[in-house]
Design a protein around this ligand. Structure first.
Ligand code: UDP
Length: 239
């Protein structure tokens, strides 16, 4: 444990659900708290890429259950991530944090089409780089987008914030005897069929030796976890 961040460049994935309260898809209080957290991370000198989900508005797979065409639903979901990115960029600016939105789909006037070189330059200049519209392709998730962009941007780790404080052997919200792992390998998570993230995201992280840090989306936690303190799980390929 240390007061220094253990990673110099991270990608933070925030789920859409983490931005909502009840029927309110975008809770400004939660956005402010997240923006504040991001500001603290930047003040620690850590470079930050950000991927926001869209589940607070729409998920293609859930839409399909209600009769939407799956592909149409996925595009709606991807556009939802753009709305979240816009909201977050605005609140970041209000907090004095500069950011740039890169979209996987061309949406002129809202963000620039993803270009790795430009994103790296923006990152090095101190901006928080927000990747919106997922991968730009249906049938994927923003976890896959996060693993992909983290690998492309040569991030030291993929920080996945969730509703629980790490990876458990079973759902801790349903089972009081659920056990949290401090550390596990991708192979162990796959063998135990743990619901960490989808298989495409897992496979990208494993192939690119990208450590995945799973922690709870709560104020003050990210900076703690960055310094190796608090409760979280690290998944990587170290035995
Ligand atoms: N999505 C997609 N391709 C991508 C990323 C996202 O089609 O590369 C769609 C998909 O329908 C997904 C929705 O966008 O359900 C919102 O993303 P996600 O479910 O990952 O959001 P989260 O659960 O993290 O809020």
């Amino acid at each position: 444990m240390t007061d220094d961040p253990q990673y110099r460049r991270i990608l933070l994935k925030v789920s859409g659900e983490g931005l909502m309260t009840g029927a309110e898809a975008l809770d400004r209080e939660k956005l402010y708290r997240l923006a504040n957290e991001i500001k603290n991370v930047r003040q620690m000198g850590v470079e930050l890429c950000l991927v926001v989900g869209g589940g607070n508005f729409f998920r293609g797979a859930q839409g399909a259950l209600k009769g939407f065409d799956r592909v149409t639903g996925d595009y709606i979901g991807m556009l939802a991530t753009v709305m979240n990115a816009l909201a977050l960029a605005e609140i970041l600016e209000e907090n004095g944090v500069s950011s740039r939105i890169f979209t996987a789909l061309a949406i002129e006037g809202v963000g620039e089409v993803f270009n790795r070189k430009r994103a790296l330059t923006a990152l090095k200049k101190g901006a928080v780089v927000i990747f919106a519209a997922g991968t730009g392709s249906p049938f994927f998730t923003t976890d896959t987008c996060a693993a992909l962009r983290a690998s492309e941007m040569k991030c030291d780790a993929f920080f996945k914030s969730t509703q629980v404080d790490g990876i458990y052997d079973k759902d801790p919200r349903k089972f009081s005897d659920a056990k949290r792992y401090e550390h596990l390998t991708y192979a162990e998570a796959l063998a135990k069929k743990l619901a960490v993230m989808d298989l495409t995201a897992m496979s990208l992280a494993e192939t690119n030796h990208l450590p995945v840090v799973v922690f709870k989306q709560e104020e003050g936690i990210l900076t703690e976890v960055l310094c190796g303190r608090g409760t979280f799980t690290v998944m990587d390929d170290l035995q």
